[in-house]
Design a binder for this molecule. Structure first.
Ligand SMILES: [Zn+2]
Length: 312
């Protein structure tokens, strides 16, 4: 019997999230489980999760993973999920599911595709999606087609170097964009200010310990109107737009979509980012209609995009 559901799984560092889409692309089931640390258990739990959300109705499966996925479905490099490096994910999962077709892709690429097909960039054909979480991921759509690159690695934008003397990155280099403009980048910036005595309200939220400051302490204080926390968000926005400006120079998008966990901060992030974007992007006034927008699909974007890519 052939199934009728397109299933997508987003493998994150701490949890695996699955959705099942019906023939009209509506989410009809979803589920999540913790991400086990070793590859064999992860594969077993992922297959179980797929069966829990779709049973025998699995028609296709897409899987989103953080890192560089080649065109054969092998995760070649993943600082955030090293246990899966060089595992032939597509083949391993397909054989465990009775030869269901499986497509494996980068998680942010999946999220970008989902925002293009049914989210914030619906109807927009030239899109750059940037996900801000522990790191920074990217998905690029040009003329309505996903940009994959020669090996499948296009969109690894978090590791564009913006300061060669900057802090060390899990990828091994220094000063990658994601060290500055991600959720963990905001935490690092917040700790710097806290240790220098420049952000007392943020330190109070972290229990009085400057070393314990994380990104969410900054966003909470900024939302409450704290001046230094707002200044921190403006500095984060500057770093964010440094990279967005480079991407805009390279790709000339019609829309830049900002997603990932950090956008839960809402307008305290988006407002300074829009302002810096208009000021810093080269030839902004000549880019008629260029829009910077928050993602619409929330934490399920990666799984929905994986399902959509897996069914095509
Ligand atoms: Zn890096």
């Amino acid at each position: 019997m052939t199934g009728s559901l397109a299933v997508g799984v987003d493998i994150g560092g701490t949890k695996m999230l699955a959705v099942a889409l019906d023939g009209r692309g509506e989410v009809v089931a979803s589920g999540k489980v913790p991400t086990p640390p070793d590859a064999q258990r992860l594969l077993a739990d992922l297959v179980q999760l797929v069966q829990d959300v779709a049973g025998a109705e699995v028609a296709s499966l897409g899987v989103g993973v953080p890192g560089m996925v080649d065109r054969t479905g092998v995760l070649r490099r993943s600082p955030h999920l090293p246990a899966l490096e060089d595992v032939a994910l597509g083949k391993e999962i397909s054989s465990r599911l009775g030869d269901v077709a499986v497509r494996v892709a980068n998680d942010a690429t999946c999220a970008g595709w989902a925002e293009h097909i049914r989210g914030a960039a619906l109807g927009v054909d030239d899109v750059v999606m940037v996900t801000l979480g522990t790191g920074i991921g990217g998905g690029i759509v040009e003329r309505g087609r996903l940009v994959e690159g020669a090996h499948g690695y296009a969109g690894e934008i978090g590791h564009m170097v913006v300061d060669p003397h900057g802090p060390r990155c899990p990828c091994g280099r220094r000063g990658c964009w994601e060290r500055f403009a991600s959720g963990s980048g905001l935490g690092r910036l917040g700790r710097e200010w806290a240790i220098a005595g420049r952000a007392p309200a943020v330190v109070a939220l972290a229990g009085g310990d400057p070393e314990a400051v994380r990104g969410e302490h900054v966003t909470v204080a900024a939302t409450a109107g704290d001046g230094p926390a707002r200044d921190l968000m403006a500095e984060l926005a500057w770093w964010l737009v440094l990279g967005l400006g480079n991407l805009t120079d390279l790709l000339d998008p019609a829309m830049v979509v900002i997603g990932g966990g950090l956008i839960r901060a809402g307008e305290v992030l988006m407002e300074p980012t829009r302002r810096a974007f208009a000021e810093m992007v080269e030839g902004y006034d000549a880019r008629t209609g260029l829009v910077l927008r928050a993602a619409a699909l929330g934490e399920t974007a990666g799984a929905i995009g994986a399902a959509l890519l897996g069914s095509t």
